[in-house]
Design a protein around this ligand. Structure first.
Ligand SMILES: C[S@@+](CC[C@H](N)C(=O)[O-])C[C@H]1O[C@@H](n2cnc3c(N)ncnc32)[C@H](O)[C@@H]1O
Length: 247
């Protein structure tokens, strides 16, 4: 019997976020239009967005930071495969420890590295050079979560865990940014992300329905599907803000 794929590793995903290739291309083009020389991605995962920015900006140099070693390894392999390893460094470590300001800064689904969204936007403002750009992605409530839906989300989920889109945008402006583009992931992007995370393990279970790993994996998958379908789907959103800092 083969070993099961690692649950949650994202082997079938381009990004560890609900983000389509089309939206990623548009966001990358917006960052590239500001002609950055330096790009830093805080919580880069396996670095796909950073690599796409560097692909688009042949003179730029990049740094990606993430605490998850296997993702950093995947990022380094992808950089080598695409001939970008001479212009990018992937560092396994905490985002808060890196403070060198850059022309373009990315933080997608990883604001927790700096605390709350307000704390993250303030910390990131100090890491964007004057005239630079910040691409900031964070969870928001699409609609106010009912107690019934909250009860099916993560343990201890509460209304205070997120703000709505308008409040997040206000927080960005209060941190000194201007709003260049505000957009949110569609339900299709969410479905592709959530089921893209589990599909390889589901397929493995169909082919290997018994055995030592099967029952435990099935129960973990059931929990993930339940949290999404009964809890977060359509209630939890992902906002992508392209932000500018005054020159
Ligand atoms: C939702 S994933 C997003 C990854 C990537 N930005 C993307 O869009 O594909 C969040 C990432 O933040 C990383 N992370 C969490 N806390 C961190 C910290 N303190 N410093 C650096 N990375 C962190 C996680 O390991 C994870 O890879």
């Amino acid at each position: 019997m083969t070993e099961p794929p690692a649950l949650g590793a994202g082997d079938r995903l381009d990004f560890a976020n609900p983000l389509s290739a089309d939206r990623a291309d548009r966001m990358v083009a917006r960052l590239a239009a500001a002609r950055p020389s330096t790009v830093v991605d805080y919580g880069c995962g396996w670095g796909e967005l950073l690599l796409r920015v560097l692909d688009r900006c042949p003179r730029a140099r990049g740094t990606g930071l993430d605490v998850h070693g296997p993702d950093i390894e995947r990022a380094r392999r992808a950089a080598r495969d695409r001939g970008l390893d001479g212009r990018v460094e992937f560092v396994e470590g905490s985002a808060a420890d890196h403070r060198t300001p850059a022309d373009a800064v990315i933080s997608l689904g990883a604001y927790q590295a700096f605390g709350t969204t307000v704390e993250a936007l303030e910390a990131l403002a100090g890491r964007v050079k004057p005239g630079g750009r910040l691409l900031f992605g964070a969870e928001v409530w699409t609609v106010p979560p009912s107690p019934e839906r909250l009860a099916h989300m993560w343990a201890g989920a509460s209304t205070d865990d997120c703000v709505d889109l308008a409040t997040l945008a206000d927080q960005a402006v209060a941190a000194g940014f201007r709003l260049l583009r505000v957009e949110t992931a569609t339900l299709d992007e969410w479905d592709a992300f959530e089921f893209g995370l589990t599909e390889d393990v589901e397929e493995w279970l169909l082919a290997n329905p018994t055995g030592p790993h099967a029952a435990g994996l099935r129960s973990e998958l059931d929990g993930m599907h339940h949290r999404y379908l009964h809890g977060t789907r359509g209630v939890l959103g992902l906002a992508y803000l392209t932000l500018g800092r005054r020159g």
